[in-house]
Design a protein around this ligand. Structure first.
Ligand code: ZN
Length: 344
């Protein structure tokens, strides 16, 4: 079968790899759609994500939906022909965090398409994906493959908002209107917040308005608009960081009001970055991280299946796997695309 294998920065080859058989509690899924994530882009362009370097060939991809084509003898909840979206998290299910219901912090996590471990955990941009049965969530046939694949980034947004706490009636600012920032905006609106979102280019901000965001700020074209929010010790109740840019994070501390909360979802550059720690202290700002998701994946599947959340405005293009290089360039061009999906 074919797979999209990264051999190093900008060296992505669609090549033959060995097909595997599902284990007793595993499922074979025929790949139908896979979304390109910011971390896939970082692996592709830089050969690393944060502190994780690609040291051996790595099949990318962890946002995937497809059709079940085979199951091991212990699998009961799906059968061949079913449509599923795959949770790319494969936690150990036995460590203290897994047992406490925080499996995103699993001590032995094997996450699809990640160079965090050696050997690397291979990803899902392949014609047939093998997943543990509990990773496979059935989806209704009316849901498009591309939407179903977005259950993963929607889960990230849901977890970020969960870490932000109750947003009903709150003023919220989101730094970064990429796919994650846009999905956070949709979820925060549903949670009852007044939502402002920032970016440095206009096209994703125009999409954010279509998604129902209250206010958009282009911080490159009109930095004074955000700077005005720093007056009188800040304005927003909650800030969510979805850029991975240190200066954007620092500014969120200045625009959040005393007693407010800053949630960091963006992956910052490797190593350490400076933080306005005295502001955090003197204004009693809560600073929390949000990493991937746990039970939110099931919630995302239900929200998409019932169309309680409509993420179709962020789906920009569907590109054949044979043109994967062009798909990655398109996904990285923030003036042309939000979520780009791949198909074989
Ligand atoms: Zn675990």
């Amino acid at each position: 079968m074919r797979a999209a294998v990264l051999h190093g920065a900008k060296d992505l080859r669609v090549e033959d790899v060995a097909e595997q058989e599902p284990g007793p509690d595993e499922v074979s899924v025929r790949f139908r759609s896979g979304g390109i994530c910011g971390s896939d882009l970082s692996y592709y362009f830089k050969g690393r994500v944060g502190d994780f370097h690609v040291c051996e060939p790595l099949i990318l991809g962890h946002e995937v939906a497809g059709e079940v084509i085979g199951t091991g003898p212990l699998v009961e909840h799906v059968k061949p022909g079913d449509h599923v979206t795959i949770n790319p998290s494969r936690p150990c299910r036995t460590c203290d965090y897994c047992r406490a219901g925080r499996s995103n912090l699993c001590r032995n996590m094997r996450f699809f398409g990640s160079a965090a471990l050696r050997p690397h955990v291979q990803g899902a941009f392949r014609e047939v994906v093998i997943a543990r049965a509990d990773q496979c969530h059935p989806i209704p046939e009316h849901l498009s493959w591309a939407e179903a694949a977005c259950a993963e980034p929607l889960s990230v947004a849901l977890h970020g908002v969960a870490r932000a706490g109750n947003l009903f009636g709150r003023t919220v600012i989101i730094a970064g209107a990429g796919p994650i920032g846009s999905l956070i905006a949709v979820v925060a609106k549903r949670a009852g917040a007044h939502v402002t979102i920032t970016d440095i280019v206009d096209p994703p901000l125009e999409t954010a308005l279509k998604l129902g965001v209250d206010e958009v700020i282009n911080v490159a074209a009109a930095p004074e608009k955000l700077a005005a929010c720093e007056a009188n010790k800040g304005h927003f109740d909650v800030a969510l960081e979805a850029t991975g840019v240190p200066s954007a994070l620092a500014q969120l501390f200045r625009v959040v009001r005393p007693g407010g909360r800053v949630v960091q979802l963006g992956m910052m550059p490797p190593g350490e970055i400076p933080l306005p720690a005295n502001m955090l202290m003197a204004q009693e700002i809560d600073y929390v991280g949000a990493f991937r998701f746990h039970e939110e994946f099931g919630h995302a599947v239900r929200l998409l299946s019932d169309r309680l959340i409509d993420i179709r405005p962020i789906l920009s293009a569907e590109v054949p796997m044979s043109e994967a290089d062009e798909a990655f360039r398109l996904a990285a061009d923030r003036t042309r695309a939000l979520k780009v999906t791949l198909v074989f």
